[in-house]
Design a protein around this ligand. Structure first.
Ligand SMILES: *Cc1c(COP(=O)(O)O)cnc(C)c1O
Length: 462
């Protein structure tokens, strides 16, 4: 067997370790109660395997840690900024870069620069912070993802694709003056880490540009998306991941980046655009909300680590092992008959809480209840991605009721081992075998914005 076809394995060895502790059932019972049955409110010390998010939780390499020492902490014109800018230009191909403290900082600058009250922003399924910034700027998000994306068992290879007919309808209905840009995510987090195909994003770009509308990429997981293109899209098997990422970005006019995802750092982000005027607006807004446009809320050392991380994230062996580990966990759960979103996504495995807990109606927050039950079983921390995350309609105030009611097991990059994945699978299987005993929840505290982060709940029965 050719060596590159053998089982995936991590292309690194471990140099530093951080101990984790397994708590007792009684301790976890107390901890989840104190946390109002919201895994965001747990202390990490009370968590054994932390799959809450892949955001900012990656392990940096020795080269990234070394890069920290090279940080230039000058307030203005830091050498580290120019290194970051050059990495963004080289690997993603955009002209102008404004660093931000993280992805939502870039979303804020972009939304404030481009959206005016009454505008419409079409996109391939919403993301929580992205949509909120669009709404706070006076815009309304309109979902134009293909219908397959809303079906957890549909195995379409590119469930992140845009429904082009629907997109053109939206453009014709509202008029291009009311559409500042089209918001495209690669991969689509809320659909279960599902990729968009190059053919589709190319067509989105052509359609949008024909109407004079920009396309802005949410690039947080564009490398994972590129991996699926290399695997699945005819004609790309011999292309490098770096070439696919660059081609994908080339169909768009700019991106917001949460560098806490694919680019392998613990904090950071940026806005990158090709249009000088948009850049100037965003760079000016940056001084209000982030910091001077050559650091935007990041320390010089963090920009150094990010520049190195961007380059490492594109290594073929890295991304193969990263997505390989996610698939490993997903396949174990599929083999055990646990209902999950298929195909398995790029950054995590998503449990289908509707199928898992058919006796809990959506108004009783089944995914929230399932995440709490999984934590209670083993100290594995996950996150709700369903009705709680979807929040309320900005006009009617009614709860949005997404078809997908999911629990996300997000895998941090380069952090956990295959044995950890085995423990996670065992715990999910054990909760699945006792699923009838899990009851729904009642919300006892609901914050105004992004309620999933801070809401509190209590069980409806003992
Ligand atoms: C995390 C994330 C964001 C927001 O970025 P932050 O760094 O958390 O502010 C935006 N879009 C997607 C798809 C994300 O996963």
């Amino acid at each position: 067997m050719a060596i590159e076809k053998r089982t995936w394995a991590e292309p690194f060895k471990i140099k530093v370790v951080e101990p984790v502790r397994m708590s007792s059932q009684a301790e976890r019972q107390q901890a989840i109660r104190d946390a109002g049955y919201n895994t965001f409110l747990l202390r990490s010390e009370d968590v054994y395997i932390d799959l809450l998010t892949d955001s900012g939780t990656s392990a940096m390499s020795d080269r990234q840690w070394a890069a920290l020492m090279m940080g230039d902490e000058a307030y203005a014109g830091s050498r580290s900024f120019y290194r970051l800018e050059s990495a963004v230009q080289t690997f993603y191909g955009y002209k102008y870069v404004v660093p931000t403290h993280q992805g939502r900082g870039a979303e804020n600058l972009l939304s404030k620069s481009l959206i005016k009250p009454g505008d419409i922003v079409p996109g391939n399924m919403y993301f929580t912070t992205t949509r909120l910034h669009q709404e706070l700027a006076g815009g309304t998000f309109v979902d134009v993802i293909i219908p397959e994306a809303h079906d957890p068992v549909n195995t379409h290879p590119f469930k992140g694709d845009v429904d082009l007919v629907r997109l053109e309808q939206v453009i014709k209905t509202y008029g291009r003056e009311r559409i500042p840009y089209i918001s495209i995510a690669a991969t689509v987090n809320m659909a279960g880490g599902q990729p968009i195909s190059l053919a589709n994003i190319k067509a989105v770009g052509e359609l949008a540009h024909q109407y004079g509308i920009r396309v802005i990429l949410d690039a947080a997981r564009v490398v994972e998306n590129a991996y699926f293109i290399q695997e699945r899209e005819p004609g790309y098997q011999d292309c490098t991941i770096a070439a696919i990422v660059k081609e994908l970005c080339s169909y768009t006019d700019g991106c917001t980046m949460s560098a806490k995802k694919d680019p392998l750092v613990n904090i950071g982000g940026f806005l990158a655009v090709n249009d000088r005027a948009v850049y100037e607006d965003a760079a000016n807004l940056a001084v209000i909300y982030e910091g001077l446009h050559t650091y935007g809320g990041m320390a010089g050392r963090d920009m150094e680590a990010l520049a190195t991380g961007i380059e490492e994230s594109l290594h073929e062996d890295h991304i193969r092992a990263r997505v390989g580990q996610v698939l490993y966990l997903g396949q174990k759960l599929i083999d055990a008959g646990v209902p999950i979103v298929k195909p398995v996504g790029g950054h995590g495995v998503f449990l289908d809480a509707r199928a898992f807990l058919p006796h809990v109606p959506q108004e009783q927050y089944p995914a929230q209840a399932l995440a709490a039950a999984l934590y209670l079983d083993s100290g594995v921390r996950s996150m709700e991605r369903g009705i709680v995350s979807a929040g309320r309609n900005k006009e009617s105030g009614e709860e949005n009721k997404p078809r997908l009611e999911l629990v996300r097991l997000a895998i941090p990059r380069r952090v956990y081992t295959q044995a950890h994945m085995d423990v996670v699978a065992e715990s999910v299987e054990s909760v699945f075998s006792e699923r009838e005993s899990i009851c729904g929840l009642r919300m006892t505290y609901e914050p105004k914005y992004l309620r999933f982060f801070q809401a509190r709940f209590e069980p409806l029965a003992g």
